[in-house]
Design a protein around this ligand. Structure first.
Ligand code: PNS
Length: 169
């Protein structure tokens, strides 16, 4: 019999390129439900990221510290999420949901992952209403063209975005 998919530890995987206030909001709420949350940065060699894994980990670690989330830790992974979760001994994956298109994307991923490892369970959390329209893609696009993304990302990430695009201009 496989182990039950209940756990006090949850894994929150994602690209986090960059880490937004939507991600932070979800993490704050997840940290109240689970004893421990591991937020893990994905490293897909086929994807072009704005920030390196080390930079994204730094952004998340600083944001967690500013939010005084003592039961949240950071990590990174490459390869399949299901394999990584198994290596961590984690049975619960958390992901955020904003709009219908997220649902289709998440359902497809969760179903595929369930096929690969049926013992993993998914917990989907709705984003806070104020963060409904925030996406890393939009944040990058706006920041790249010099638009204001204040309030959409944690203060430390805001400075890193300004720095990055100042250099590019
Ligand atoms: O923040 P994102 O980009 O929506 O996160 C997607 C992520 C990293 C969770 C997903 O792409 C993933 O799990 N990647 C690892 C590779 C993998 O397991 N792929 C099969 C997914 S069905």
């Amino acid at each position: 019999m496989s182990a039950p998919a209940t756990s006090r530890v949850a894994l929150y995987p994602g690209s986090f390129d960059p880490f937004t206030n939507g991600h932070l909001d979800l993490l704050v709420r997840a940290a109240k439900i689970f004893e421990r949350v591991i937020v893990s940065v994905a490293c897909n060699p086929e994807k072009r990221y704005l920030f390196s894994v080390a930079e994204r980990l730094d952004h998340i670690a600083r944001s967690i510290k500013e939010a005084t989330l003592n039961n949240v830790e950071t990590d990174s992974f490459n390869g399949l999420l299901v394999d990584y979760a198994q290596r961590c001994g984690v049975k619960v994956i958390i992901r955020g949901l904003r709009v219908i298109s997220d649902f289709e994307y998440e359902l497809e991923m969760a179903m595929m992952n369930r096929k690969l490892n049926p013992s993993l369970e998914y917990v989907f959390m709705f984003t806070g209403e104020t963060n409904l329209y925030i996406s890393s893609t939009r944040v990058k696009e706006i920041a790249r063209f010099g638009g204001c993304v204040e309030g959409l990302v944690p203060p430390y990430v805001l400075e890193r975005l300004k720095e990055r695009f100042r250099k590019e201009r």
